[in-house]
Each structure stands twice: as C-alpha cells, then as structure tokens.
Design a protein around this ligand. Structure first.
Ligand code: CTP
Length: 404
C-alpha cells in the first residue's frame, strides 16, 4: 500500500520512526508528513533515512522561490497518490482539527483532501484522552468511518498511569493491514454489477449498477481470509486480486452460475442489480428504425434471491434492496419474502450515494428485527461493516444450533 504517515507533536513521535520501519518491512511505501510540533520531538532526517523519501514538514515546504502550481498544491497530489492516511501519534489537537475541518498546516490540509481510508492512533495524557471534547471529536471521526486505534493503558510521560499511551506497533500495523481473519474457512459467493437483457444484437435492457459495492465486498472478504467466488455482470472495474471470477451477462446466466456454486458456499451475498424483466424474444437482426411506435414485450426474469431463500439450507443469505422510498418497510418486506438473514437497503437516486459513487450510506435490516444505520462512508468501509454484522449473525446461528 502507498501510505502517508502523519506524525504530530507528542512524546510518542519517536515511536513513529519504529512504525515507519515496520510499515516498510511489511512491503508498504511510506510518505512521512511531520507537523511543526512533531519536528520538536524528532528530526525529519530520521524518517527520510527510514523511508527513502523526502519528508514533508510544512505547508509551503516544497514551494521554492519559483514555485509551480503543482508544488503549491502538493497536498492534493499527495492525497490522490496514496491509499491510506495513518496518523500516529495523533495529538488531541490534531484530532480536534480533523473533526472540525481546520486546515492550517500540511497534515490537516492533506486530511481534508484525502479520499482514501484513514487510520488514527491517538496518544496523549490520560485526562486529555478522557476529556469530553476529545471523546466528542473522536466520535465524529468514527462516524466518518475512520478507524481509531485506541491507546493502551500504561505509564505516561507526564508521570501518571492510565489510558493514553500510543498503541503497540503490532496493533497499529494490524489495523492498517486489516489483519482480521474472521472469514478464514468461509466461502463467500458474491454477485455484483448489473445484468444485460438483449433486445437485438446491439441493444439491451440494463441498469446503472457499477459493480463497485459487490467488488468492495469481494475485496473485504478476501482481506479477511475468505475464499471468494464473484459472479459478475458486465462492469468496467478491475476484479479484486484473488477472487474466482465467473462472468455472466443475463439474469438467467447469473442464476445458473449462482446455483452451480451453491454447494461450495457458506455465505451468499446477492449484491447484483438483476434486471427484473427481459425481452420476451431477442431479435436475430438489428431492429430497424421506423417512424411507427413499437412495443417491447417483457417477461419477468428468475428471482435468484427468492429461489436461494428456498434452497439456502443453513448458509447465511444476504440480499440488497435499492429503494427510492420507504426504506425500512421495503427492507423488512424483502427480508421476509426472500427468507434472508440480512437485507442491505439503500436509497438510490440521490446525488452522492448509490450506483456510480465510491461512497454509500445503507440501512441493515436483520432477521431479529433490528435495524442498523451505516452512515455515509466508502463502499469498502461499508463492505467491512456488512461483513462484521454477517459474521456475528453466523456465530449467533452456530450458538443457537449447538444449544439445541
Ligand atoms: N434479485 C434477484 N433476482 C432478481 C431480482 C432481484 O436475485 N430477478 C435480488 C437482488 O440481487 C437483490 C434483491 O433481490 O439482492 C432485491 O432486489 P431489488 O431489485 O431491490 O428487489 P426486487 O425483488 O426487484 O423487488 P421490487 O422490484 O419490488 O423492489
């Protein structure tokens, strides 16, 4: 991964050097960014030596007297070129600035411009850590979807004992790399993307699905140790490394591919936006333009999820619901009618969530009647939330089974 390591001004800044080395040893590229406060505790040269990269220290650090536009907007370039922003140690001040969108140095400006995943490892005095202001600021960051690696208890530099010591390097590394293997041993069958139902050799009926949510689920499940079979309709994004790809076009082909792999799977996630109707017949030749009105006759496609509901056995079954209103009612109705364990419902049609977007905001309807609102975050983060609730449902079912 290409990682920006933001170091802020606390005594734990010296530990960030060890963290930089651990990241490099694990195969990541590291761009260090030091705040002015961090520079009081540790020299940029330490990070330049460890990372082999120029260290960014101030908002105008790269602006030479003949500064170009590119160098004066370096934070935008650095944001675009890196996949993850790790801030360790993060002081109470840095956390407050991120929470409230202040941008008065390179790191806080970079934070605002950063589209990727953000991991924050705070370190501070225990009273500062427990202060309501810090609690509230961290809550804002958590709700924004950032991962907070809580500090450990320990003796602090100020002479007290309590929570506030920067988490162990191994713990921060695990948070960065997602070393959570809770899907090891599971085979997850995921459907993604739209289907295309041909009208004639050049035309078809389809929908706006980009496949991004299904592919993010595949990526997240792979990272968590699952074997992943990804049945995908036509999309223009790259398949996640390690997924077993089954490419299909129509709803009927998707149905056949799903049932061909059903026996292997332990978890099924029906994320695809399957076309509900297909032309009754496909014209062999391209339909010619005429000035007369023509009518297209449509037949329903097989409802794959409903059939899975009948044939799932004890597999975990998760469906999706794209709605333009009545989210809770529709999610609950589909959960029951299609006999799922979870429905992931989202409102479509809005400007910033849904089909083509990299972000999503969803409501999870669970079979125990519970609803969980997942606020707007990247599709990859939504994918991790869905998987976390899925594995909880699965272990709950296993417990019910063993107590019978
Ligand atoms: N689905 C499916 N086969 C279909 C249609 C939908 O397997 N022919 C699945 C989708 O993959 C999704 C879920 O059913 O997981 C809900 O899809 P959605 O289009 O929201 O619901 P519909 O069943 O089409 O219901 P409605 O048109 O009433 O909203």
């Amino acid at each position: 991964m290409r990682i920006v390591l933001g170091v802020t001004g606390g005594i734990a800044a010296y530990k960030a050097a060890e963290l930089a080395r651990a990241l490099i040893q694990n195969g990541h590229q590291v761009q260090a960014v030091l705040t002015a406060g961090a520079e009081e505790f540790i020299r940029p040269l330490t990070f330049a030596t460890l990372t082999g990269q120029k260290v960014i220290t101030g908002i105008f650090s790269s602006a030479s007297p003949e500064a170009t536009l590119a160098s004066s907007v370096e934070h935008i370039g650095v944001a675009a070129e890196h996949e993850l922003l790790l801030v360790a140690p993060a002081t109470a001040n840095a956390i407050a600035k991120f929470a409230h969108g202040l941008a008065d140095d390179f790191l806080s400006t970079l934070y605002l411009a950063f589209p990727g995943r953000v991991v924050i490892a705070p370190a501070m005095n225990n009273n500062m850590w427990e202060h309501q202001a810090t609690r509230a600021n961290l809550e804002i960051l958590r709700r924004r979807g950032h991962l907070i690696v809580d500090p450990d208890d320990g003796f602090l530099a100020c002479g007290t004992y309590g929570p506030g010591r920067l988490a162990d390097i191994a713990k921060i590394l695990a948070a960065v790399q997602g070393n959570n293997r809770d899907f090891a041993g599971e085979t997850v069958l995921i459907t993604a993307g739209p289907t295309q139902e041909p009208i004639d050799p050049v035309r078809y009926i389809s929908n706006r699905s980009s496949g991004k949510m299904g592919y993010a689920l595949a990526e997240a499940a792979l990272a968590r140790g699952a074997r992943v079979i990804l049945v995908s309709g036509p999309v223009s994004i790259d398949p996640p490394a390690g997924a077993e790809m089954v490419r299909v076009r129509t709803a009927q082909q998707m149905r056949d591919a799903v049932f061909a792999h059903l026996d292997l799977s332990t978890v099924i996630i029906k994320c695809a936006a399957v076309a509900d109707f297909r032309p009754t017949s496909e014209a062999k030749e391209k339909i010619k333009k005429t000035s007369a009105r023509i009518a297209l006759e449509l037949d329903p496609t097989p409802d794959i999820l409903a059939e899975l509901g009948r044939k799932r056995g004890d597999r975990l079954l998760i469906g999706f619901a794209a709605e333009t209103g009545n989210l809770r009612e529709e999610a609950r109705r589909k959960l029951e009618s299609k006999k799922c364990d979870m429905i992931v419902a989202n409102l479509v049609g809005g400007p910033d969530s849904g089909f083509e977007s990299d972000q999503n905001e969803v409501l999870l309807a669970l079979r125990n009647g519970e609803f969980i609102e997942i606020p707007k975050m990247t599709k990859r983060e939504v994918a991790d939330e869905i998987l976390t609730h899925a594995i909880e449902l699965k272990s709950g079912a296993a417990l019910e089974q063993s107590s019978k």
